[in-house]
Ligand binder design. Structure first.
Ligand code: SF4
Length: 177
């Protein structure tokens, strides 16, 4: 029986920490593949290379996820465009964030990160262009969705400017547990 990444090695790279966090959340919830669009054995290999010694893969590698009817593919495309270093772990990180963003909780929670600050640091380090555009420190999941709507030319916001919007607390409020 594989175990979730409950004990993360000290000094682990934040990118690997995030991938491990999403994989651990999926493992706990019994979801496969652990990260949508990435075979479980690749996740395992990336984490092993980053110094994680837990076992995530119970049997053979899982098939890549098939496209769903949610925003996963659009968000993945946005993240991949904005990724500063497009190597395999960066690509896996994009899949991991898009996977977690389909969850119900705050994004940092569904990524298994310790707090929102860690998620902000992760985005700044790996998606600097996106981070620079989030000038008001909007909640990250809200911000990503707003980016998708802007790209598609779909107005979802109730006001042209956040300062005048009745949903401001929803988009910018605190994100504690
Ligand atoms: S505060 Fe209002 S205008 Fe700003 S992103 Fe949220 S919904 Fe849109």
């Amino acid at each position: 029986m594989p175990q979730p990444a409950s004990k993360l090695p000290l000094g682990a790279d934040l990118r690997a920490l995030a991938i491990a966090g999403v994989a651990g959340q999926s493992l706990s919830a019994g979801r496969r593949p652990l990260i949508r669009g990435v075979a479980d054995d690749r996740v395992q290999a990336l984490l092993a290379a980053a110094g994680f010694d837990g076992t995530f893969v119970a049997e053979a590698s899982a098939p890549a996820a098939t496209p769903g009817d949610d925003e996963f593919a659009d968000l993945l495309a946005l993240l991949r465009e904005e990724l500063a270093l497009p190597d395999e772990s960066g690509n896996c990180l994009c899949h991991a964030i898009a996977t977690a963003a389909m969850g119900e909780n705050h994004l940092w929670q569904d990524m298994g990160l310790p707090d929102r600050g860690a998620l902000s640091e992760l985005v700044r380090a790996n998606f600097p262009g996106l981070a620079a555009r989030n000038i008001g420190d909007m909640k990250w999941k809200k911000f990503f969705y707003r980016q998708l709507c802007e790209r598609a030319g779909v107005p979802i916001c109730k006001a042209p400017h956040c300062a005048e919007c009745c949903d401001r607390a929803l988009c910018f409020g605190p994100e504690e547990g």
